[in-house]
Design a protein around this ligand. Structure first.
Ligand code: TPP
Ligand code: MG
Length: 578
């Protein structure tokens, strides 16, 4: 039976297991919207295409499945660019469907024509302009495969309107032929043997785990590696949740806002077992002084990452999970004879790290009159017990989140790690909540970022999604203000919004409950009320305005240059001086 391209597209999406699309209609995608009601796929109508892509990411980040977003040609497609770039930098599997002007109009500056393929070439793993309806099924199948295989990433499929309208037969899938696209899986046995030798010979090893561990579903194997060897684990901001926060070997996040003990452990390590990481500059600080005494094992599925920033002594190209399964098997086999050799040194190393942790824990000045941001985070941790999905925006609240929130499992912490896109938190929470309606989902956002995605309160209200929006409201673009305070002589320039909406009225305008609080004694009740109310909730928490995130490594500095607390600078010997 012949069907039009739009119908074929939706059938193909169902064949890929798609149950949800986040999207926004427009002229050239009308044929798709016209056929939507014939399918089981649920469409969530957002308020801006950027948020469709963030929501698709929230779905993907919280499930590991491909998230799907859809937009019309021209402005619809260009509105996706930030979301796609964000997904690209964080390796998130997203398929974006865009409409395009009809084939005969391509290149004529037709109404709502944009060169979507050209514009998104550098922010997608791959993109396709569908030349004919006959090729649509194969392209959709390939798009999902490319988005989710190897190092995941966003793929865009641009479909001209005439392709959507043309009638054709739905075809069976043929074998995919992707010359030049190879997905490395098993690590090379010789490389693994080399890594084993390095692991048993190290005296001060640290595991440095990134988002790749979560993407590969390798959290269990990471935990086994740590437990077989007794090696402590630090994670990047993308790797949070990949190792349980409360595990005795957990060091939390490293890098610009990493704890003293964690960064110190990395600085002084003699072996860094780097798993699914990319040595981002926010992690390493000045490279010429990063972990100078350490040998580097680097496991990654993307050959482009190996030796890109830091030269690996033992590179292993492969899927982190598969590599760890094999590595752990061999480590278990060799542990009896090899482990005792460095036992003493390893014990001393863990004791040293524990001493650093005791010496410089995360700390802040408590207040009886103001809600301290960190107190807000601690209270959320206490009430959720590491079991809520928390989606954050970008800024101080995000970095405190990375320091204070605790996660028992992966895929509970959603953040824009690589691109650092403000406006991510609320729409990503929407996507996660659609995928996990039974879970408490918190959009923990800054007052600045919230205003970038505020219209999505409409989406929350429409679908009655149980997302608890908690604004950590310091009435500043806090992270920028912090940099101006510390690095621009306190010259605050354009970091304040004289007008911020009354969130009780704002929530009421959308027909959802809301509350504004500013006293420490209101905190527990307000959070409990927000979390226990069915459906969405908007809680605006006015916190101490000028609190800073510490420790902080100044931009361009090395990890050892970290500033631990107001006006105390730490020398590389680990001593504070005024
Ligand atoms: C789209 C976008 N624009 C600008 C920035 C630069 N930026 C990083 S953090 C920040 C301040 C964020 O303020 P807020 O949302 O209130 O969070 P806070 O730092 O106060 O917790 C800004 C402007 C960004 N990351 N993303
Ligand atoms: Mg703020």
């Amino acid at each position: 039976m012949t069907k039009i391209g739009a119908q074929i597209l939706l059938e193909c999406l169902e064949r890929e297991g798609v149950d949800v699309i986040f999207g926004y209609p427009g002229g050239v995608v009308l044929p798709i919207y016209d056929k939507l009601n014939l399918f089981k796929i649920r469409h969530y109508l957002v308020r801006h295409e950027q948020n469709a892509c963030f929501a698709a990411q929230g779905y993907a980040r919280s499930t590991g499945r491909v998230g799907v977003c859809m937009a019309t040609s021209g402005p619809g497609a260009t509105n996706l660019v930030t979301g796609l770039t964000d997904a690209y930098l964080d390796s998130i599997p997203v398929v974006a469907i865009t409409g395009q002007v009809s084939t005969h109009l391509l290149g004529t500056s037709a109404f709502q024509e944009a060169d979507t393929i050209g514009i998104t070439r550098s922010c997608t793993k791959h993109n396709y302009l569908v030349p004919s309806v006959e090729e649509l099924p194969a392209i959709i199948h390939e798009a999902f495969y490319v988005a989710s295989s190897g190092r995941p990433g966003p793929v865009l499929v641009d479909i001209p309107k005439d392709v959507l309208l043309k009638a054709a037969e739905m075809t069976e899938l043929k074998e995919m032929k992707l010359p030049g696209y190879q997905v490395p899986e098993q690590g090379d046995p010789a490389e693994i043997r080399q890594a084993i030798a390095l692991i048993w010979n190290a005296e001060r090893p640290v595991i440095y785990a990134g988002g790749g561990v979560i993407h590969a579903g390798a959290s269990k194997e990471l935990r086994e590696l740590a437990e077989i060897t007794g090696i402590p684990v630090t994670t990047t901001v993308m790797g949070l949740g990949g190792f349980p926060s409360v595990h005795p070997l957990s060091l939390g996040m490293l890098g610009m806002h990493g704890r003293f003990a964690t960064n110190q452990a990395v600085i002084q390590s003699d072996l860094l077992i780097s798993l699914g990481v990319r040595f981002d500059d926010r992690v390493t600080g000045a490279l010429d002084r990063f972990a100078k005494g350490a040998k580097i094992i680097h496991v990654d599925i993307d050959p482009a990452e190996i030796n890109k920033i830091v030269k690996a002594d033992a590179p292993i190209l492969g899927d982190v999970k598969r590599v760890l399964v094999e590595l752990n098997r061999q480590l278990r086999e060799t542990s009896k004879e090899s482990a005792p050799k460095k036992q003493q040194a390893r014990d001393a190393w863990r004791a040293q790290i524990a001493a650093w942790q005791k010496e410089h824990p995360l700390k802040y000045e408590q207040s009886k009159t103001e809600i301290m941001p960190q107190a807000l985070l601690e209270e959320i941790v206490r009430l959720t017990q590491g079991d809520a999905i928390i989606s954050v925006d970008v800024g101080q609240h995000q970095m405190w989140g990375a320091q204070y929130f605790q996660f028992n499992e992966p895929r509970l912490w959603l953040n824009s790690g690589g691109l650092g896109s403000m406006g991510f938190g609320l729409p990503a929470a929407i996507g996660a909540s659609v995928a996990h309606p039974e879970k408490t989902t918190i959009a923990f956002v800054g007052d600045g970022g919230f205003q970038m995605s505020l219209p999505e309160l409409g989406t929350l209200a429409n679908y009655n999604l149980p997302v608890k929006v908690v604004i950590m409201n310091n009435q500043y673009l806090g992270m920028v203000r912090q940099w101006q305070e510390l690095f621009y002589q306190g010259n605050y320039s354009e970091v304040e919004f004289p007008i911020f909406p009354d969130c009780e009225k704002l929530a009421a305008a959308y027909g959802i409950p809301g509350k504004v609080i500013d006293k420490p004694n209101q905190l527990t009740d307000a959070l409990k009320k927000a979390f226990s109310t069915k459906g969405p909730y908007l809680l605006d928490v006015r916190v101490a305005r000028e609190e800073n995130v510490y420790p902080i490594v100044p931009s361009g500095g090395a990890l050892e240059d970290m500033i631990l607390e107001p006006k105390a600078k730490l020398t590389s010997a680990g001593k504070s001086k005024p």
